[in-house]
Design a protein around this ligand. Structure first.
Ligand code: FAD
Ligand code: PHB
Length: 385
């Protein structure tokens, strides 16, 4: 197997294949240091946690991650708790994507298995045959790898998806007029569980990474320049959007800040010949539902099982239905992420009709057990199937 990309999707797939005795080579364009520092998601569903445990890469997560049984929705001056564990029997785990990636890389390198960083000029060939090939340049030499299948786990700007013939894939997408300015701050989180705040000045999210690191976001323009946001302005906006009587948002040094534009994107099918797309290479969700990382992991859980059947038993039937199985879950997450995004963000023109609809929906999900359960079961993650 050739795996392009050492993000959560590629690394988890490699670990899963190794657990079943299937050999793979992982090719990554960036350096190890860059991949291990890239600050991204932080909420893991139970299915993700279970798979990482099964794969033997959970020791640090089991010791240090933080379990949450709910989230708060804040709007019209009040904070409402959604008791997800009570409603669904399941919770979420707060553990950074960077930490997941570090442990997967360490496991692979300790086992002496091939994972090449700073690989250049990756190209894929003969994907319509049963022996596709990947060419790449590494450490000053050209290489060619012949394999049973290629996993395109190379994210939204990778090479695998664009290398497929025109017309092989259909793309679905939606741009949102919003972005998130995210910060990592060295300060004890001021919250017991995540706070999603609807506010006339725009959405804000209070999250965390550890007992000493807070991860906070404010809604900004899609293409906002981070240079317009000195630290004082960020804290002022966070304070205004999350203010609550009797509660204080603690401030601290900002270690990192960055802007992410929001987008929904899906490609169908997620496979062509012997090239299989997984994770951000096949789909993007806006981060409001905390689904991006979890979808990447559930894709490779489905794909890994099918590849093991091919490589170990010579049975390609499960592979033919990979895309159909994965897409059912992908579209559910696309809908949930779009719905959460639409309910919580201030439209650019501040349309008052839209705002009233948002408030009506927020009141409904915080007062009806049926509506809250629907939000909760999507947020904690529907069963993998
Ligand atoms: P990636 O993590 O993107 O990994 C792809 C890998 O492929 C990368 O290491 C890349 O360097 C490599 N690659 C690319 N091109 C090539 C090539 N030509 N050759 C070799 N290797 C290549 N989700 C959330 O749920 N919450 C969040 O807060 C959140 N924040 C995010 C912030 C940002 C800036 C971004 C971009 C995403 C964020 N996401 C978030 C989404 C989540 O992080 C992704 O869904 C997740 O990283 C997907 O994992 P992946 O392995 O599919 O892709
Ligand atoms: C995060 O902690 O980075 C985070 C949490 C919840 C989200 C998005 C990001 O919906």
């Amino acid at each position: 197997m050739a795996i392009v990309g050492a993000g959560p999707a590629g690394l988890t797939l490699a670990q899963l294949l190794h657990a079943h005795g299937v050999e793979s080579v992982v090719l990554e364009a960036r350096s190890r240091d860059y991949v291990e520092r890239r600050l991204r998601a932080g909420v893991l569903e139970q299915g993700t946690v279970d798979l990482l445990r099964e794969l033997g890469v959970s020791a640090r997560m089991d010791a240090e991650a933080i379990e949450h049984g709910g989230i708060h929705l804040q709007f019209a001056g009040d904070r409402h708790h959604v008791p997800m564990r009570e409603l669904t029997g399941r919770g979420i785990t707060i553990w950074g994507q960077t930490e997941v990636v570090k442990d997967l890389i360490a496991a692979r390198l300790e086992a002496g298995l091939p994972l090449h960083f700073e690989v250049q000029d990756v190209t894929v060939h003969d994907v319509e045959s049963e022996r596709p090939r990947v060419r790449y340049r590494h450490a000053g030499a050209d290489h060619e790898l012949e394999c049973d299948a290629i996993a395109g786990c190379d994210g939204s700007h990778g090479v695998c998806r664009p290398s497929l013939p025109a017309g092989a894939l259909r793309e679905f997408s939606r741009e949102y007029p919003y972005g998130w300015l995210g910060i990592l701050a060295e300060v004890e989180p001021s919250i017991d569980e995540l706070v999603y705040a609807h506010h006339a000045r725009g959405f804000a999210l209070l999250s965390l990474r550890s007992p000493t690191l807070s991860r906070y976001y404010v809604q900004v323009a899609h293409d906002e320049d981070v240079a317009n946001w000195p630290d004082e302005r960020i804290w002022e906006e966070l304070q205004a959007r999350t203010a609550l009587a009797g509660w204080t948002l603690r401030e601290g040094p900002i270690l990192e800040k960055g802007v992410t534009g929001m987008r929904s994107f899906v490609v169908e099918p997620m496979q062509h010949g012997r090239l299989f797309l997984a994770g951000d290479a096949a789909h993007i969700v806006p981060p409001t539902g905390a689904k991006g990382l979890n979808l990447a992991i559930s894709d490779v859980a489905i794909l890994g099982e099918a590849l093991v059947a091919l490589c170990r038993d010579g049975d390609a039937t499960a592979l033919t239905s990979y895309s159909a199985r994965a897409l059912r879950r992908v579209w559910r997450a696309e809908h949930f992420s779009w719905w959460m995004t639409s309910m919580l963000h201030r439209p650019p023109d501040g349309d008052p009709f839209e705002e009233r609809l948002q408030l009506a929906q927020l009141r409904y999900v915080t007062s009806s057990d049926a509506a809250a359960t629907s939000l909760a079961e999507n947020y904690v993650g529907l069963p993998w199937g």
